[in-house]
Write a protein that binds this ligand. Structure first.
Ligand code: PLP
Length: 451
């Protein structure tokens, strides 16, 4: 039960906060967990309770919550030069170095980088770039954006329109010009008797049909997460990107890889597109880009889009878009350190080393008669709860089964995320084997309690 004394942290949080993305009945029944600090992959609340955070904050705290090197990089840059934008012919040395580093670790031999404060803003920015480009290239009708149902691309009016979640109807979204194709989730969307290869072919045929119906000349871009994250950790069906990319290329439609979650190691490679073996026209990055130590997003433009956008901007003298803190030197210094920590201090290696143990643990939990599927890639995975396993029948959504599992986990000192009917795990890359075992023991205890 929450502490309801008027000066309790729960009461103060409840009376002063407007909650986003939070199950309000749970808050009423259980109160808010108010956190004061972290240690490695653990967070600690005002009562001193420790929680193993198998959520990595929100997919982002990949180096844990008390990384001394990241804090030191932030402090050094705050001491040296605390803040500046990247406009009007000025930007910090850190910003230049980060752009060079991002291009170096990207699949491109050259390109250009634009900074935002978040992943939503990065997607929003790239849509505006594509619209700007279309007008500059005398194709003002090229405005439509293709994404997939269940995709998550953010919360601004544009990125929420790209997001394929039904809750956006509550805002009267999507805006016109945003089209959602079928989610490439073979287990849920495959038809009886359909092989995975046939399913992928059907996804590609649907794309062809949508392009033919809408007119290729009206479509500005196709955005996809390599593995859908907030949709419930959905890896693409086998061969998906190899099937759709040639179609997009044939019609001159850029393919954008939204790597906000997958980027910087989550799938076991630097980029999700590397894991799935395709080279997109541009990459959206955020989250692990700063290991969660600074709010920052980046649009990384591959050479062709970079050249065309640069030429279009020069033609009207400027690209009129940006945020006050775009290219913030402290954020850039932290990102430079985070990239170094992930790539050179063993974090990416740890993801690769831990992946088999992660898959083994998840597969074992999926033997539960009420878990229909384990799916995942690298250190991201989901367990989908079902009322009936053989028929894959979901629980009625009003039972909030995943919410109950996650709440029970919290009681056991484990933070994990309920997403639709599934429980999502995406632990920090610094996790040790014993900590991973602790994560599975706690989740197993919660599953036994709920089912
Ligand atoms: N794109 C993807 C794939 C995401 O998972 C998210 C957030 O989870 C976003 C975009 C939006 O990023 P932000 O929450 O930083 O705006």
């Amino acid at each position: 039960m929450p502490d309801t004394a008027p000066n309790s942290w729960e009461a103060r949080a409840e009376s002063s906060s407007f909650y986003g993305f939070t199950d309000l009945p749970s808050i009423k029944a259980r109160g808010t967990v108010v956190l004061t600090h972290g240690e490695g992959p653990y967070v600690i609340d005002t009562e001193g309770r420790r929680y193993l955070d198998s959520n990595s904050g929100l997919w982002n705290m990949v180096a844990g919550f008390d990384h001394a090197g990241l804090a030191a990089a932030a402090k050094a840059q705050y001491d040296r030069f605390p803040g500046y934008h990247a406009f009007f012919g000025r930007m910090s040395d850190q910003t230049v170095m980060l752009s060079e580093k991002l291009i170096e670790v990207s699949p491109y031999d050259r390109g250009r980088v634009f900074y935002t404060n978040s992943g939503s803003e990065a997607n929003d920015t790239l849509v505006k770039m594509l619209w700007f480009l279309a007008r500059a290239e005398d194709q003002p009708q090229r405005r439509k954006i293709l994404t997939r149902k269940n995709a998550y691309h953010g919360v601004t009016a544009v990125s929420a329109s790209m997001t394929g979640k039904p809750y956006n109807e509550l805002f009267g979204l999507p805006l016109p010009d945003f089209i959602h194709l079928t989610c490439p989730h073979y287990w849920r969307e495959g038809q009886p008797g359909e092989t995975e290869a046939q399913f992928t072919a059907r996804m590609a045929a649907e794309l062809e049909e949508v392009i033919a119906r809408e007119g290729a000349e009206t479509i500005a871009g196709f955005f996809a997460e390599p593995v859908m994250g907030a949709g419930g950790v959905i890896p693409p069906s086998a061969g998906y990107f190899q099937a759709i990319q040639p179609i997009l290329k044939k019609h001159g439609i850029p393919l954008i890889s939204d790597e906000v979650i997958c980027g910087f190691g989550r799938t076991g490679a630097v980029w999700g597109c590397e894991t799935y073996d395709f080279v997109p026209d541009a990459i959206i990055s955020s989250k692990a880009l700063t290991a969660g130590y600074f709010p920052m997003g980046a649009v990384i433009l591959g050479p062709e889009l970079a050249d065309r956008l640069h030429a279009a901007s020069e033609a009207v003298e400027e690209f009129p878009h940006g945020f006050t803190a775009s290219g913030h030197p402290v954020g850039c210094a932290i990102a430079l350190k985070a990239i170094d920590v992930i790539l050179n201090e063993g974090l990416l290696d740890n993801v690769r080393r831990l992946t088999p143990r992660f898959e083994e643990g998840m597969t074992r939990l999926a033997e539960n008669p009420n878990i229909g599927e384990f799916r995942g890639k690298g250190l991201m995975g989901a367990l989908e709860a079902v009322a009936d396993k053989p028929t894959r029948t979901p629980f009625p959504s009003n039972l909030s089964v995943s919410e109950r599992i996650a709440n029970t986990c919290t009681d056991h000192g484990l933070i994990c995320r309920p997403l639709g009917q599934s429980i999502v795990l995406c632990p920090p890359f610094i996790l040790t084997e014993p900590q991973m075992d602790e994560m599975f023991e706690k989740l197993e205890a919660a599953l036994t309690e709920v089912f």
